[in-house]
Design a protein around this ligand. Structure first.
Ligand code: UDP
Ligand code: MG
Length: 231
């Protein structure tokens, strides 16, 4: 008998108690669309100070496909994603934010592209509903500047919402860099890539966990890892 493939959802969470239950339910509900796959739901608690960890634990007690990776302190989004990937057993992983800005239902198209042989299927934001003017402008400038400066081509307007094949997960695990800019590393590995356009929704509840300081650190890590020009 042929075994079902396992798909791992990776959901980094930092103080997400306002959205987390809705997020868990929506991803689990969606995943029942196909019985051809087995699923695991890896929630990475990136050192939250609220009830995030307890909520994940309580779902884990009801459904052992829900897994908790608990980090000792707040390491930041990119590290949380990597910690999730390090603990994933899937034939593929889908990285998604906890605030439901990226609709989990898009994963259906990602999975069908994966079945066609793509190793990396990235969500490309065609519209950002109700994000602040500052966020839109800074994000748009950032991607365009990065592509001008960087030695690799990072697809425009993609974040970390993507499906990656096991080959790519293993390649990322081999990269010991301390600074993490996952979307750059994924591009750099040169696997077969495609994109799926989607509309980025507003955050379901709570506030952004990306402070201005975190955004600047993130932009600098991206730039310095993939371009020597600022030097
Ligand atoms: N996040 C995290 N650690 C952090 C900051 C954010 O794990 O230090 C998670 C957060 O819980 C969310 C995702 O990363 O699931 C994206 O963060 P957020 O939605 O706040 O960023 P934005 O969409 O505003 O750029
Ligand atoms: Mg968000």
């Amino acid at each position: 008998m042929k075994h079902n493939k396992l798909i791992s959802w990776i959901i980094p969470c930092f103080n997400e108690q306002e959205v987390l239950e809705t997020c868990i339910k929506r991803i689990i509900d969606f995943s029942s669309y196909s019985s051809h796959y087995n699923w695991e739901f890896i929630f990475v608690d990136d050192g939250s100070k609220d009830n995030t960890r307890d909520i994940i634990r309580s779902y884990n007690l009801q459904d052992d496909r829900v897994k908790l990776v608990g980090l000792s302190r707040n390491f930041g989004h990119q590290y949380a994603v990597q910690a999730g990937l390090n603990n994933a057993y899937g034939d593929a992983a889908i990285v998604i934010d906890a605030d439901l800005q990226d609709p989990p239902e898009i994963a259906k198209e990602m999975i069908s592209q994966w079945e066609k042989g793509f190793d990396v299927i990235s969500g490309r934001r065609i519209e950002r509903v109700s994000e602040t003017f500052f966020k839109k402008i800074s994000a748009s400038c950032f991607y365009r500047m990065l592509n001008l400066l960087a030695e690799i081509n990072i697809p425009l307007d993609t974040g970390d919402f993507r499906l990656i094949d096991r080959k790519v997960i293993d390649a990322l695990k081999q990269m010991p860099e301390k600074g993490r800019f996952i979307r750059g590393l994924v591009s750099w590995t040169g696997f077969k890539q495609t994109q799926i356009k989607y509309k980025r929704e507003p955050r379901l509840a709570g506030e952004t966990k990306y402070s201005l300081k975190k955004m600047i650190v993130f932009a600098l890590e991206g730039l310095t890892a993939f371009s020597s020009r600022p030097l």
